[in-house]
Design a protein around this ligand. Structure first.
Ligand code: ZN
Length: 172
């Protein structure tokens, strides 16, 4: 297959240099885009911002992990006990759904479920932590603060991802 490329330039943000943009397309209607910052000053600024953003992301992830491990340290025993009277897989699934840690249909659950202990050990994650806290009726100021702090740090990244996923789904 053959690709056609079209290269244009436009001014960089500081106005002292250029950004080179290359648009490609082929016979199958596929497209490509490549952007090259030719201005050294802007390039350094972009790299620095990228590094800072990566650092913020790393901190956000660490905070979510801290909230989850705080929960596990303090409430995992109680969480586990809720499953103590389960007699079969369906019982486990029902309780997990009630606690807000399971969204899969029962048949899907049957497919990936291996062992009760393993399942319970791994099911609490950042994305369902809030639901578990609520459904277990936990009232813990320190946990609330940890959650809130992690949520606020992670939100910009989630928003960005959602916007990207939305554009992608719309084919933009
Ligand atoms: Zn520049």
């Amino acid at each position: 297959m053959s690709w056609d490329y079209d290269t244009t330039t436009k001014p960089c943000p500081c106005g002292k240099g250029l950004i080179e943009e290359t648009y490609g397309s082929n016979d199958w209607g596929q497209t490509s885009y490549h952007r090259k910052m030719l201005c050294q000053e802007c390039l350094e600024k972009e790299n620095k911002e990228k590094a800072l953003k990566e650092e913020r992301h790393r901190i956000a992830i660490k905070k979510t992990e801290e909230a989850v491990s705080y929960f596990k340290d303090k409430y995992f025993k109680d969480f586990k006990e809720r499953f103590s009277n389960t007699k079969n897989k369906k019982d486990i699934w029902t309780i997990a759904c009630d606690l807000g840690v399971e969204n899969s249909s029962l048949s899907k659950f049957y497919n990936y479920f291996k062992s009760k202990d393993e399942y319970i050990e791994e099911i609490i994650r950042w994305d369902n932590l809030k639901k578990v806290m609520k459904n277990m009726g936990i009232n813990d100021k320190e946990l609330d603060n940890l959650y809130e702090d992690a949520y606020n740090h992670k939100k910009p990244f989630d928003d960005e991802f959602n916007a990207w996923a939305y554009r992608r789904a719309k084919g933009k």
